[in-house]
Design a binder for this molecule. Structure first.
Ligand SMILES: Nc1ncnc2c1ncn2[C@@H]1O[C@H](COP(=O)(O)OP(=O)(O)OP(=O)(O)O)[C@@H](O)[C@H]1O
Ligand SMILES: [Mg+2]
Length: 161
C-alpha cells in the first residue's frame, strides 16, 4: 500500500506488475515490525532498479520485458521458511555484490536515502533472526534477494506452548 504510487506507470516506464506466489507458511517467531522494514527496503530497491533500467517507449521490441516484481514464500522444511523478492531491473555487477550489505554502500545519487537499507536488513535477518540473506543477480536481467528464516531462532523469547 505504501509503495503503490511508485508502482504506477509514469512518463519513463509502464506500471510495475507485482506477482505474488504465496505458499501458506507455518507460524514463526519473529519481530514482524523489523521484518516489514526489510521487505520495504528490498521492494524499494527493486523499484529503484526497475526505474534505473531505462525503458524506451518508442521501442516496441517484443523481447523487452514489462517491469515486474515477483514475491515468493515457501516452507523449506519443518524448521525454516524462505521469502524471495525478484525484479527484472538493471541487475548488480558481480564485483559489487560482496559490498552491498556494507553500511553506506550505494550506487545512487548522494542524499537520496540513508544508504543503510541493506546493511539494516542484513542486521535484522542475520543478527536478530539468525536467518540468511542471499543475492542472485545478473546484469541487465534482474536480481533476486532470498531470505531464509528459522521458525524458532535460538535465544529468542519463545512463545511455544
Ligand atoms: N534490486 C536491486 N537491483 C540492483 N541493485 C540493487 C538492488 N538492491 C540493492 N542494490 C544495490 O545495492 C546498493 C545498496 O542498497 P541499499 O538499500 O543499502 O542502499 P540504497 O538503496 O543505495 O540507499 P537507501 O536504501 O538509503 O535509499 C544500491 O545502491 C544498489 O546499487
Ligand atoms: Mg535501498
Amino acid at each position: 500500500m505504501i509503495l503503490r504510487y511508485r508502482l504506477e506507470a509514469n512518463d519513463r516506464r509502464p506500471a510495475i506488475t507485482i506477482v505474488k506466489h504465496y505458499e501458506t507458511l507455518p507460524p514463526l517467531e519473529c519481530c514482524h515490525g523489523q521484518l516489514n522494514q526489510v521487505f520495504m527496503n528490498l521492494l524499494t530497491n527493486a523499484i529503484d532498479a526497475i526505474d534505473l533500467t531505462g525503458y524506451d517507449p518508442q521501442d516496441c521490441d517484443p523481447s523487452e520485458q514489462p517491469p515486474r516484481i515477483e514475491i515468493r514464500t515457501r516452507a523449506i522444511d519443518q524448521s525454516a521458511i524462505e521469502i524471495s523478492i525478484s525484479d527484472n531491473g538493471l541487475g548488480i555487477p558481480t564485483e559489487l555484490q560482496p559490498r552491498l550489505f556494507d553500511p553506506f554502500f550505494t550506487t545512487k545519487p548522494i542524499g537520496q536515502g540513508t544508504d543503510l537499507g541493506l546493511a539494516i536488513s542484513h542486521e535484522i535477518i542475520v543478527q536478530q533472526h539468525q536467518g540468511a540473506i542471499a543475492i542472485d543477480s545478473e546484469l541487465g536481467r534482474g536480481t533476486t534477494f532470498r531470505i531464509t528464516l528459522p521458525r524458532y531462532p535460538t535465544g529468542y523469547p519463545s512463545y511455544r506452548v
